[in-house]
Every structure is written in structure tokens, then in C-alpha cells.
Design a protein around this ligand. Structure first.
Ligand code: ATP
Ligand code: ZN
Length: 225
């Protein structure tokens, strides 16, 4: 019932990766029309179904083999991978390639008045983030202990609201940090969008289709370089 002969690709429903993900697939010759209300978009010219979901759900759907491919930020992929390894859940997938969009960095930032020397300045302090696993890995490598403040959104207002001393959040231009009276002190992770495949064995037909899409993606990305 849940097995499909059609290739399933998970992409972000709406957000910073959704338009570029759709554009990439279209430029590979996959024809489809997205209905904003619907989870699934069927391709008219290839045996492909697009699943439009929250980006955070994409790595897990691929790692559990619910979908065959996913387009996701490396930051979300890596965060989920560490989380699943900690919980002993399936955490494997194949990164087919990095894409040419979704560039951002996960950075530490503190209020403008904070006298920051290096990461040890955060020793014992509270750091707000949506990426607790990537933050923990970085701080463990540096041997710094800190206190958690887990927020799925509004991370950048946490210091001003008195919830935390600093933050660890995604940055692309730095405008959001500036608007919130914060400055970037360390980059802890650099990220791009990437395309991933489930480690489940594919039927020859589906694997051939994956290979065809990947080779077209290689062509499209190379042509833009
Ligand atoms: P969803 O509703 O799907 O959970 P979201 O709010 O978590 O969406 P977006 O803000 O749309 O996610 O970001 C999706 C991804 O886009 C990020 O995980 C990251 O890989 C990438 N990205 C690129 N630039 C930025 C940026 N400046 N801020 C946040 N994410 C960025
Ligand atoms: Zn998300």
C-alpha cells in the first residue's frame, strides 16, 4: 500500500527552499503543477510524485524510506542525523550532491554590548537555538559548557526578551541580527541545499530514473557555474 512504483521526492512546501527546489526539478524536465492546498503533486510526464512538507520532516522521511529523494538544507539534515544517532533511530541516507542554492551559515551571535573574546566567553551562559545538536557538537569540541534554550522560532529576540545570553541561529546577510541588536561572533556550520536519497534498495526502474534526474541536475548546476 505505501510502496509505490512512482519515485517520491520530498521538497519544502513553502519557505526559502521551495521555489528553487521546484525550479530545479522543472529544469530537469519534470513537469508538474503545484496546488498550494495539496500535499502531493503528480508529474504528468514522468512517474514522479512530489511530496510538499515542512523542511524539518524531509530528512526523516528519507531516512525511514518513506520517500526516495529529498531536497533539504545540510543544516537540517545534519541536525536530524545527530538527533537520530542519539536516539538509535535510522540515520543513514546518501547525499547525492550539494546544490547551488540555500546558502547560509549557523552562527553564534551576542548582544552588541556583550564583551566577546572567543567562544569561551559563553561558558556557563544560556544560548537560544533551533539547532541544539549542531550547537552541542561544536561546544563539546571546544570543551565549553553552556545552558540550553530551545526555541523553534523567534530565536533572534531571545536575548532582548531576557531568555538567553546569546543565540546560535541561521544567518545569510546578517540584517536580522543587526535589527535585533546582535552581532555574529563565530560561524559553527556552513550550509547549502542538497539532494539526498534513501539507502533502501530501489527497483532497477526507479534507480534508473534517479540516475537520470541526478545526471540532469549535474548538467543544470554545471551550466550555471
Ligand atoms: P518550514 O515551515 O518548512 O519548517 P522553516 O521556517 O523551518 O520552514 P525556512 O526559513 O524556509 O525554514 O528555511 C529553510 C532552509 O533555508 C534553512 O534550513 C536553510 O537551509 C536555508 N536558508 C538559507 N538562507 C537562510 C536564512 N537567511 N535563514 C534561514 N534559513 C536559510
Ligand atoms: Zn523548518
Amino acid at each position: 500500500m505505501s510502496e509505490s512504483s512512482r519515485l517520491r521526492i520530498a521538497i519544502q512546501k513553502s519557505g526559502r527552499l521551495s521555489k528553487e527546489s521546484q525550479k530545479l526539478l522543472k529544469s530537469c524536465g519534470v513537469k508538474f503543477n503545484v496546488n498550494e492546498q495539496r500535499l502531493i503533486a503528480h508529474s504528468d510526464n514522468m512517474p514522479i510524485d512530489l511530496l510538499r512538507v515542512r523542511d524539518d520532516d524531509i530528512p526523516g522521511l528519507v531516512m525511514d524510506g518513506v520517500v526516495d529523494l529529498g531536497i533539504i538544507g545540510e543544516n537540517v539534515l545534519e541536525e536530524e542525523q545527530i538527533e537520530r544517532q542519539t536516539l538509535g533511530k535510522p540515520a543513514e541516507c546518501l547525499k547525492l550532491r550539494e546544490l547551488d542554492f540555500g546558502a547560509c551559515r549557523l552562527s553564534l551571535a551576542v548582544p552588541n554590548e556583550f564583551n566577546y573574546q572567543d567562544a569561551t566567553s559563553l561558558e556557563g551562559l544560556r544560548i537560544a537555538t533551533s539547532y541544539p545538536n549542531l550547537l552541542r557538537r561544536y561546544m563539546q569540541q571546544k570543551g565549553i559548557s553552556y545552558r540550553d534554550c530551545m526555541l523553534k522560532g523567534s530565536v533572534e529576540v531571545a536575548p532582548r526578551a531576557g531568555l538567553s545570553d546569546g543565540i546560535c541561529d541561521l544567518v545569510s546577510t546578517g540584517a536580522t541580527l543587526e535589527a535585533n541588536g546582535l552581532y555574529e561572533t563565530e560561524v559553527i556550520y556552513r550550509s547549502m541545499a542538497c539532494i539526498i536519497q534513501s539507502t533502501q534498495e530501489q527497483t532497477p526502474d526507479k534507480q534508473a530514473l534517479i540516475n537520470k534526474i541526478l545526471s540532469r541536475i549535474n548538467g543544470v548546476v554545471r551550466a550555471k557555474e
